[in-house]
Design a protein around this ligand. Structure first.
Ligand code: AMP
Ligand code: MG
Length: 443
Protein backbone atom coordinates (compact mmCIF):
# COMPACT_ATOMS: atom_id res chain seq x y z
CA UNK A 1 0.00 0.00 0.00
CA UNK A 2 1.42 3.42 -1.00
CA UNK A 3 1.27 6.40 1.31
CA UNK A 4 -1.30 7.96 -1.07
CA UNK A 5 -3.53 4.88 -0.75
CA UNK A 6 -3.15 5.13 2.98
CA UNK A 7 -4.28 8.73 2.90
CA UNK A 8 -7.30 7.96 0.74
CA UNK A 9 -8.18 4.79 2.63
CA UNK A 10 -7.54 6.42 5.97
CA UNK A 11 -9.40 9.62 5.22
CA UNK A 12 -12.86 8.55 4.16
CA UNK A 13 -15.77 7.81 6.45
CA UNK A 14 -16.85 4.33 5.34
CA UNK A 15 -20.19 2.62 5.32
CA UNK A 16 -20.31 -0.32 7.69
CA UNK A 17 -20.32 -2.93 4.91
CA UNK A 18 -17.33 -1.34 3.14
CA UNK A 19 -15.37 -1.13 6.37
CA UNK A 20 -16.20 -4.73 7.26
CA UNK A 21 -15.18 -5.92 3.79
CA UNK A 22 -11.81 -4.23 4.24
CA UNK A 23 -11.38 -5.84 7.65
CA UNK A 24 -12.22 -9.34 6.41
CA UNK A 25 -10.37 -9.13 3.09
CA UNK A 26 -7.46 -11.51 2.53
CA UNK A 27 -7.68 -13.64 5.68
CA UNK A 28 -8.31 -17.34 5.82
CA UNK A 29 -8.91 -19.86 8.56
CA UNK A 30 -5.90 -20.45 10.81
CA UNK A 31 -4.02 -23.78 10.57
CA UNK A 32 -5.51 -26.92 12.07
CA UNK A 33 -4.61 -28.35 15.47
CA UNK A 34 -5.71 -31.51 17.26
CA UNK A 35 -7.47 -31.09 20.60
CA UNK A 36 -9.63 -33.20 22.89
CA UNK A 37 -13.32 -32.92 21.95
CA UNK A 38 -14.18 -30.95 25.09
CA UNK A 39 -11.48 -28.37 24.32
CA UNK A 40 -12.95 -27.67 20.89
CA UNK A 41 -15.99 -25.73 22.15
CA UNK A 42 -16.68 -22.86 19.74
CA UNK A 43 -14.07 -24.03 17.22
CA UNK A 44 -14.73 -25.27 13.69
CA UNK A 45 -13.75 -28.74 12.47
CA UNK A 46 -10.88 -28.71 9.96
CA UNK A 47 -11.40 -32.42 9.22
CA UNK A 48 -14.43 -34.70 9.56
CA UNK A 49 -14.94 -36.88 12.63
CA UNK A 50 -15.34 -40.56 11.72
CA UNK A 51 -16.81 -43.02 14.22
CA UNK A 52 -14.27 -45.56 15.43
CA UNK A 53 -17.04 -47.47 17.20
CA UNK A 54 -20.69 -48.11 16.51
CA UNK A 55 -23.31 -46.48 18.72
CA UNK A 56 -24.47 -48.37 20.61
CA UNK A 57 -21.39 -50.60 20.33
CA UNK A 58 -23.50 -53.69 21.18
CA UNK A 59 -27.17 -54.49 21.85
CA UNK A 60 -28.13 -53.09 25.23
CA UNK A 61 -31.16 -52.66 27.40
CA UNK A 62 -33.22 -49.46 27.35
CA UNK A 63 -34.90 -50.33 30.67
CA UNK A 64 -34.33 -51.81 34.08
CA UNK A 65 -36.13 -55.17 33.87
CA UNK A 66 -35.71 -58.75 32.71
CA UNK A 67 -33.99 -60.04 29.57
CA UNK A 68 -36.27 -62.74 28.17
CA UNK A 69 -37.04 -64.76 25.04
CA UNK A 70 -39.99 -62.98 23.41
CA UNK A 71 -41.63 -66.32 22.51
CA UNK A 72 -41.74 -67.28 26.20
CA UNK A 73 -43.80 -64.24 27.18
CA UNK A 74 -46.01 -63.85 24.08
CA UNK A 75 -49.16 -64.65 26.06
CA UNK A 76 -48.30 -63.03 29.37
CA UNK A 77 -50.98 -60.84 30.99
CA UNK A 78 -51.67 -59.52 34.50
CA UNK A 79 -54.22 -62.30 35.01
CA UNK A 80 -51.99 -65.07 33.60
CA UNK A 81 -48.40 -64.09 34.32
CA UNK A 82 -45.62 -66.21 32.78
CA UNK A 83 -43.23 -67.46 35.46
CA UNK A 84 -39.54 -67.53 34.46
CA UNK A 85 -36.53 -68.77 36.43
CA UNK A 86 -34.09 -65.92 37.16
CA UNK A 87 -30.61 -67.23 36.27
CA UNK A 88 -28.63 -64.19 37.38
CA UNK A 89 -28.16 -60.54 36.69
CA UNK A 90 -26.40 -58.31 34.20
CA UNK A 91 -25.54 -54.78 35.25
CA UNK A 92 -24.18 -51.90 33.13
CA UNK A 93 -20.46 -52.36 32.52
CA UNK A 94 -20.51 -56.12 33.12
CA UNK A 95 -20.51 -59.01 30.68
CA UNK A 96 -23.64 -61.22 31.05
CA UNK A 97 -22.80 -64.20 33.27
CA UNK A 98 -24.65 -66.66 31.00
CA UNK A 99 -27.19 -67.01 28.20
CA UNK A 100 -30.97 -66.91 28.56
CA UNK A 101 -32.47 -70.33 27.87
CA UNK A 102 -36.16 -71.21 27.30
CA UNK A 103 -38.20 -70.62 30.46
CA UNK A 104 -35.58 -68.40 32.06
CA UNK A 105 -34.61 -64.74 32.35
CA UNK A 106 -31.73 -62.58 33.55
CA UNK A 107 -32.39 -59.45 35.56
CA UNK A 108 -30.91 -56.55 33.53
CA UNK A 109 -30.16 -52.86 34.12
CA UNK A 110 -30.40 -49.95 31.67
CA UNK A 111 -27.32 -49.84 29.44
CA UNK A 112 -26.28 -53.44 30.19
CA UNK A 113 -25.43 -55.91 27.40
CA UNK A 114 -28.37 -57.99 26.21
CA UNK A 115 -27.38 -61.61 26.95
CA UNK A 116 -27.15 -64.39 24.37
CA UNK A 117 -30.50 -66.09 23.83
CA UNK A 118 -32.56 -63.03 24.80
CA UNK A 119 -34.29 -60.87 22.19
CA UNK A 120 -36.41 -58.56 24.31
CA UNK A 121 -36.56 -56.80 27.66
CA UNK A 122 -39.56 -56.73 30.00
CA UNK A 123 -39.55 -53.54 32.11
CA UNK A 124 -39.58 -54.25 35.85
CA UNK A 125 -42.93 -52.45 36.03
CA UNK A 126 -44.46 -55.27 33.93
CA UNK A 127 -43.33 -57.95 36.39
CA UNK A 128 -44.30 -58.99 39.90
CA UNK A 129 -40.74 -58.22 41.13
CA UNK A 130 -40.54 -55.13 43.34
CA UNK A 131 -38.39 -52.47 41.67
CA UNK A 132 -35.22 -51.23 43.34
CA UNK A 133 -34.65 -54.34 45.48
CA UNK A 134 -31.09 -55.67 45.51
CA UNK A 135 -31.92 -59.28 46.28
CA UNK A 136 -32.39 -61.37 43.15
CA UNK A 137 -35.73 -63.26 43.02
CA UNK A 138 -35.54 -66.96 42.16
CA UNK A 139 -38.59 -66.68 39.90
CA UNK A 140 -40.21 -63.69 38.24
CA UNK A 141 -43.79 -63.34 37.03
CA UNK A 142 -44.03 -61.58 33.65
CA UNK A 143 -47.33 -59.72 33.22
CA UNK A 144 -47.03 -58.38 29.66
CA UNK A 145 -45.63 -59.59 26.36
CA UNK A 146 -42.35 -58.13 25.04
CA UNK A 147 -42.20 -58.58 21.26
CA UNK A 148 -38.82 -59.20 19.57
CA UNK A 149 -36.59 -56.14 19.97
CA UNK A 150 -38.75 -54.55 22.68
CA UNK A 151 -36.65 -52.19 24.84
CA UNK A 152 -33.46 -53.29 23.08
CA UNK A 153 -31.16 -50.57 21.73
CA UNK A 154 -29.47 -52.43 18.92
CA UNK A 155 -25.82 -52.13 17.91
CA UNK A 156 -25.20 -49.38 15.34
CA UNK A 157 -28.79 -48.10 15.43
CA UNK A 158 -27.54 -44.55 16.15
CA UNK A 159 -24.15 -44.56 14.35
CA UNK A 160 -22.27 -47.24 12.41
CA UNK A 161 -18.53 -47.69 12.94
CA UNK A 162 -16.65 -45.95 10.11
CA UNK A 163 -19.46 -43.49 9.40
CA UNK A 164 -18.83 -39.75 9.13
CA UNK A 165 -20.52 -38.27 12.18
CA UNK A 166 -19.40 -34.61 11.99
CA UNK A 167 -18.44 -32.89 8.74
CA UNK A 168 -15.49 -30.53 8.26
CA UNK A 169 -16.69 -26.94 8.70
CA UNK A 170 -19.03 -27.91 11.52
CA UNK A 171 -19.11 -25.58 14.51
CA UNK A 172 -18.38 -27.56 17.66
CA UNK A 173 -20.93 -27.14 20.44
CA UNK A 174 -21.74 -29.34 23.42
CA UNK A 175 -23.88 -31.73 21.32
CA UNK A 176 -21.11 -32.27 18.75
CA UNK A 177 -18.67 -32.84 21.61
CA UNK A 178 -20.96 -35.53 23.03
CA UNK A 179 -21.24 -37.27 19.65
CA UNK A 180 -17.48 -37.13 18.93
CA UNK A 181 -16.65 -38.52 22.38
CA UNK A 182 -19.27 -41.29 22.18
CA UNK A 183 -18.07 -42.28 18.70
CA UNK A 184 -14.57 -42.80 20.07
CA UNK A 185 -12.72 -39.64 19.00
CA UNK A 186 -9.78 -38.98 21.33
CA UNK A 187 -8.79 -35.85 19.37
CA UNK A 188 -10.56 -33.73 16.80
CA UNK A 189 -8.96 -31.50 14.16
CA UNK A 190 -10.04 -27.86 14.44
CA UNK A 191 -8.73 -24.55 13.15
CA UNK A 192 -6.62 -23.13 15.93
CA UNK A 193 -7.94 -20.31 18.05
CA UNK A 194 -6.75 -16.80 17.18
CA UNK A 195 -4.62 -15.15 19.85
CA UNK A 196 -6.04 -11.75 20.72
CA UNK A 197 -3.99 -9.13 22.55
CA UNK A 198 -5.97 -6.47 24.40
CA UNK A 199 -4.34 -3.11 25.13
CA UNK A 200 -6.13 -0.23 26.86
CA UNK A 201 -4.87 3.34 26.46
CA UNK A 202 -5.41 6.38 28.64
CA UNK A 203 -3.71 8.20 31.51
CA UNK A 204 -6.99 8.13 33.43
CA UNK A 205 -7.19 4.34 33.64
CA UNK A 206 -6.58 2.22 36.73
CA UNK A 207 -6.78 -1.56 36.62
CA UNK A 208 -10.25 -2.80 37.57
CA UNK A 209 -10.43 -3.65 41.26
CA UNK A 210 -7.85 -1.12 42.44
CA UNK A 211 -8.62 2.02 44.51
CA UNK A 212 -9.29 5.16 42.47
CA UNK A 213 -7.20 8.29 43.03
CA UNK A 214 -8.79 11.63 41.94
CA UNK A 215 -9.39 12.02 38.19
CA UNK A 216 -8.98 8.33 37.52
CA UNK A 217 -11.49 5.66 36.40
CA UNK A 218 -11.44 1.88 36.26
CA UNK A 219 -10.38 0.25 33.02
CA UNK A 220 -13.57 -1.60 32.08
CA UNK A 221 -12.66 -2.12 28.44
CA UNK A 222 -9.92 -4.63 29.16
CA UNK A 223 -12.12 -7.08 31.09
CA UNK A 224 -15.00 -6.57 28.65
CA UNK A 225 -12.88 -7.07 25.54
CA UNK A 226 -11.11 -10.10 27.04
CA UNK A 227 -14.54 -11.58 27.69
CA UNK A 228 -15.86 -10.72 24.23
CA UNK A 229 -12.77 -12.24 22.59
CA UNK A 230 -13.09 -15.42 24.63
CA UNK A 231 -16.82 -15.64 23.95
CA UNK A 232 -15.90 -15.37 20.25
CA UNK A 233 -13.61 -18.40 20.55
CA UNK A 234 -10.24 -16.65 20.84
CA UNK A 235 -7.44 -17.00 23.37
CA UNK A 236 -7.22 -13.52 24.85
CA UNK A 237 -4.41 -11.85 26.80
CA UNK A 238 -4.20 -8.39 28.33
CA UNK A 239 -1.15 -6.29 27.52
CA UNK A 240 -2.03 -3.80 30.20
CA UNK A 241 -2.74 -0.08 30.05
CA UNK A 242 -0.62 2.19 27.87
CA UNK A 243 -0.28 5.83 28.89
CA UNK A 244 -1.17 8.61 26.43
CA UNK A 245 2.45 8.92 25.37
CA UNK A 246 3.59 7.92 21.86
CA UNK A 247 6.80 6.00 22.65
CA UNK A 248 5.41 3.77 25.39
CA UNK A 249 2.24 3.15 23.37
CA UNK A 250 4.35 2.02 20.39
CA UNK A 251 6.42 -0.20 22.62
CA UNK A 252 3.42 -1.94 24.18
CA UNK A 253 1.75 -2.28 20.82
CA UNK A 254 4.87 -4.00 19.44
CA UNK A 255 4.88 -6.44 22.37
CA UNK A 256 1.22 -7.27 21.72
CA UNK A 257 1.79 -7.67 17.96
CA UNK A 258 4.67 -10.08 18.51
CA UNK A 259 2.40 -12.41 20.50
CA UNK A 260 -1.00 -12.02 18.79
CA UNK A 261 -2.91 -12.61 15.59
CA UNK A 262 -5.29 -9.75 16.37
CA UNK A 263 -4.50 -6.75 18.57
CA UNK A 264 -7.39 -4.75 19.99
CA UNK A 265 -6.66 -1.33 21.45
CA UNK A 266 -9.25 0.93 22.96
CA UNK A 267 -9.17 4.68 23.37
CA UNK A 268 -6.81 7.25 21.85
CA UNK A 269 -8.09 6.75 18.32
CA UNK A 270 -9.89 10.04 17.73
CA UNK A 271 -8.65 13.57 17.09
CA UNK A 272 -7.87 14.58 20.68
CA UNK A 273 -4.51 16.15 21.45
CA UNK A 274 -3.47 12.94 23.24
CA UNK A 275 -4.77 10.38 20.73
CA UNK A 276 -1.71 8.49 19.46
CA UNK A 277 -3.10 5.13 18.37
CA UNK A 278 -3.24 5.81 14.63
CA UNK A 279 0.36 7.09 14.65
CA UNK A 280 1.39 3.95 16.51
CA UNK A 281 -0.34 1.79 13.87
CA UNK A 282 1.37 3.73 11.05
CA UNK A 283 4.77 3.35 12.68
CA UNK A 284 4.35 -0.43 12.80
CA UNK A 285 2.11 -1.10 9.78
CA UNK A 286 -0.80 0.49 7.97
CA UNK A 287 -4.00 2.32 8.84
CA UNK A 288 -6.60 1.07 6.32
CA UNK A 289 -9.39 3.31 7.63
CA UNK A 290 -10.32 5.04 10.82
CA UNK A 291 -13.82 6.38 10.43
CA UNK A 292 -17.02 4.40 9.97
CA UNK A 293 -20.51 5.90 9.67
CA UNK A 294 -21.93 4.20 12.74
CA UNK A 295 -23.19 5.26 16.13
CA UNK A 296 -21.68 4.54 18.57
CA UNK A 297 -18.16 4.00 17.32
CA UNK A 298 -17.39 6.49 14.58
CA UNK A 299 -13.65 6.73 15.28
CA UNK A 300 -12.57 3.15 14.67
CA UNK A 301 -9.13 2.45 13.25
CA UNK A 302 -8.20 -0.72 11.41
CA UNK A 303 -4.75 -1.55 10.21
CA UNK A 304 -2.46 -4.44 9.44
CA UNK A 305 1.11 -5.37 10.07
CA UNK A 306 3.42 -8.38 10.01
CA UNK A 307 4.72 -10.04 13.15
CA UNK A 308 8.28 -9.44 11.91
CA UNK A 309 7.73 -5.67 12.10
CA UNK A 310 7.37 -6.14 15.87
CA UNK A 311 10.48 -8.26 16.16
CA UNK A 312 8.96 -11.76 15.82
CA UNK A 313 11.87 -13.69 14.25
CA UNK A 314 10.21 -17.13 14.35
CA UNK A 315 7.29 -16.27 12.06
CA UNK A 316 8.00 -12.80 10.65
CA UNK A 317 5.48 -13.04 7.78
CA UNK A 318 2.54 -13.80 10.05
CA UNK A 319 -0.14 -11.14 9.39
CA UNK A 320 -1.53 -9.32 12.40
CA UNK A 321 -4.76 -7.29 12.45
CA UNK A 322 -4.78 -4.02 14.38
CA UNK A 323 -8.03 -2.61 15.76
CA UNK A 324 -8.17 0.77 17.45
CA UNK A 325 -11.60 0.82 19.06
CA UNK A 326 -13.09 3.98 20.56
CA UNK A 327 -12.49 4.40 24.28
CA UNK A 328 -16.06 4.86 25.39
CA UNK A 329 -17.03 1.49 26.83
CA UNK A 330 -20.26 1.07 24.88
CA UNK A 331 -18.54 2.09 21.63
CA UNK A 332 -15.74 -0.39 22.30
CA UNK A 333 -18.26 -3.16 22.99
CA UNK A 334 -20.37 -2.45 19.90
CA UNK A 335 -17.44 -2.07 17.51
CA UNK A 336 -15.92 -5.31 18.80
CA UNK A 337 -19.26 -6.97 18.03
CA UNK A 338 -19.45 -5.47 14.53
CA UNK A 339 -15.83 -5.80 13.38
CA UNK A 340 -13.56 -7.85 15.64
CA UNK A 341 -15.89 -10.78 16.25
CA UNK A 342 -16.46 -11.44 12.51
CA UNK A 343 -12.70 -11.50 11.89
CA UNK A 344 -12.16 -13.87 14.82
CA UNK A 345 -14.90 -16.17 13.55
CA UNK A 346 -13.35 -16.06 10.05
CA UNK A 347 -9.94 -17.02 11.50
CA UNK A 348 -11.66 -19.85 13.38
CA UNK A 349 -12.96 -21.15 10.04
CA UNK A 350 -16.63 -20.30 10.41
CA UNK A 351 -18.58 -20.01 7.17
CA UNK A 352 -20.20 -16.61 6.68
CA UNK A 353 -23.90 -16.21 7.39
CA UNK A 354 -25.47 -13.31 5.44
CA UNK A 355 -21.92 -12.58 4.25
CA UNK A 356 -20.51 -12.22 7.76
CA UNK A 357 -18.80 -14.97 9.79
CA UNK A 358 -20.28 -15.19 13.27
CA UNK A 359 -23.24 -12.96 12.32
CA UNK A 360 -25.78 -12.60 15.08
CA UNK A 361 -29.34 -13.82 14.80
CA UNK A 362 -31.62 -11.01 13.68
CA UNK A 363 -35.18 -10.52 14.83
CA UNK A 364 -37.71 -7.87 13.87
CA UNK A 365 -39.98 -6.12 16.34
CA UNK A 366 -42.01 -3.03 17.09
CA UNK A 367 -40.48 -0.12 19.00
CA UNK A 368 -42.25 0.79 22.23
CA UNK A 369 -41.10 4.40 21.99
CA UNK A 370 -39.65 6.84 19.48
CA UNK A 371 -35.85 6.87 19.08
CA UNK A 372 -33.60 9.48 17.51
CA UNK A 373 -30.04 9.30 16.24
CA UNK A 374 -27.23 11.24 14.56
CA UNK A 375 -27.80 11.97 10.86
CA UNK A 376 -25.84 9.93 8.31
CA UNK A 377 -24.77 7.20 10.71
CA UNK A 378 -26.23 3.74 11.23
CA UNK A 379 -27.24 3.53 14.87
CA UNK A 380 -27.03 0.48 17.10
CA UNK A 381 -29.33 1.05 20.06
CA UNK A 382 -29.25 -0.97 23.25
CA UNK A 383 -32.66 -2.61 23.55
CA UNK A 384 -34.57 -5.38 25.24
CA UNK A 385 -36.64 -7.69 23.08
CA UNK A 386 -39.83 -9.00 24.64
CA UNK A 387 -42.78 -11.01 23.42
CA UNK A 388 -45.72 -8.83 22.47
CA UNK A 389 -48.63 -9.50 24.85
CA UNK A 390 -51.12 -8.41 22.16
CA UNK A 391 -49.73 -10.65 19.35
CA UNK A 392 -48.61 -14.21 20.09
CA UNK A 393 -45.70 -14.30 17.62
CA UNK A 394 -44.90 -10.57 17.72
CA UNK A 395 -41.92 -8.95 19.45
CA UNK A 396 -41.65 -5.56 21.09
CA UNK A 397 -38.37 -3.69 21.24
CA UNK A 398 -37.80 -1.50 24.27
CA UNK A 399 -34.81 0.87 24.66
CA UNK A 400 -32.75 -0.46 27.57
CA UNK A 401 -31.91 3.02 28.90
CA UNK A 402 -30.06 6.17 27.88
CA UNK A 403 -28.09 5.72 24.68
CA UNK A 404 -24.96 7.74 25.47
CA UNK A 405 -21.82 5.80 24.58
CA UNK A 406 -20.63 5.92 28.20
CA UNK A 407 -23.85 4.42 29.66
CA UNK A 408 -22.87 0.90 30.67
CA UNK A 409 -26.00 0.23 32.71
CA UNK A 410 -28.09 0.33 29.53
CA UNK A 411 -25.63 -2.04 27.85
CA UNK A 412 -25.83 -4.50 30.73
CA UNK A 413 -29.65 -4.26 30.62
CA UNK A 414 -29.80 -4.90 26.85
CA UNK A 415 -30.16 -8.21 25.09
CA UNK A 416 -29.92 -6.82 21.58
CA UNK A 417 -28.78 -3.97 19.36
CA UNK A 418 -31.54 -2.35 17.30
CA UNK A 419 -30.37 -1.08 13.90
CA UNK A 420 -31.61 2.29 12.67
CA UNK A 421 -30.54 2.97 9.04
CA UNK A 422 -28.20 5.84 8.12
CA UNK A 423 -30.76 7.83 6.15
CA UNK A 424 -33.38 8.03 8.92
CA UNK A 425 -33.37 10.65 11.70
CA UNK A 426 -34.83 8.04 14.02
CA UNK A 427 -37.91 5.87 14.25
CA UNK A 428 -41.37 6.57 15.68
CA UNK A 429 -43.05 4.61 18.44
CA UNK A 430 -44.63 1.57 16.77
CA UNK A 431 -41.99 1.55 14.01
CA UNK A 432 -40.52 -1.77 12.88
CA UNK A 433 -36.86 -2.33 13.63
CA UNK A 434 -34.25 -5.09 13.11
CA UNK A 435 -32.37 -6.25 16.20
CA UNK A 436 -29.08 -8.15 16.44
CA UNK A 437 -29.42 -10.51 19.39
CA UNK A 438 -26.46 -10.51 21.79
CA UNK A 439 -26.76 -14.20 22.61
CA UNK A 440 -24.15 -16.00 24.61
CA UNK A 441 -22.61 -12.79 25.91
CA UNK A 442 -24.32 -12.99 29.26
CA UNK A 443 -27.07 -10.62 28.13
P1 AMP B 1 -10.81 8.20 24.16
O1 AMP B 1 -11.33 7.36 23.03
O2 AMP B 1 -9.44 7.81 24.59
O3 AMP B 1 -10.94 9.65 23.86
O4 AMP B 1 -11.76 7.91 25.38
C1 AMP B 1 -13.14 8.20 25.31
C2 AMP B 1 -13.78 7.96 26.66
O5 AMP B 1 -13.66 6.60 26.98
C3 AMP B 1 -13.14 8.71 27.81
O6 AMP B 1 -14.17 9.14 28.67
C4 AMP B 1 -12.27 7.69 28.46
O7 AMP B 1 -12.02 7.94 29.82
C5 AMP B 1 -13.08 6.44 28.27
N1 AMP B 1 -12.23 5.24 28.24
C6 AMP B 1 -11.16 5.05 27.45
N2 AMP B 1 -10.60 3.87 27.67
C7 AMP B 1 -11.35 3.27 28.65
C8 AMP B 1 -11.27 2.01 29.30
N3 AMP B 1 -10.30 1.13 29.01
N4 AMP B 1 -12.19 1.74 30.24
C9 AMP B 1 -13.17 2.63 30.53
N5 AMP B 1 -13.30 3.81 29.94
C10 AMP B 1 -12.39 4.15 29.00
MG1 MG C 1 -8.04 8.40 25.84
Amino acid sequence: MTSRDMLVGGGATLRLEDALRRVLDGWSALPAEEVGPDEALGQVLAAPVVASTSLPPWDNSAMDGYAVRSADVAHASPGTPVRLRVLGEVAAGHVPPRAVTPGSALRIMTGAMVPEGSDSIVPVEDTDAPPGVAELPGVVGIRAPAPPGANVRSAGEDVRSGALVLAAGRLVGPAAIALAAAAGAARVSVHRRPRVGILATGDELMPAGTPLPPARIHDSNTPALLAQARASGAVATSFGIAPDEPASLRERLATAVAESDVVVLSGGVSVGAHDHVRDAFSSLGTVDFWRVAIQPGKPLAFGRTLAGRAGDRTDPDRPVALFGLPGNPVSAFVTFELFVRPLLRLLLGEQPREGVPGARRRVRGTLTEAVSKAPGRRAFLRVRVETDPSRPDGLVVRPAGAQGSHVLSALAAADGLAIVPEELPGLPAGGEVDVLMLEGEGA
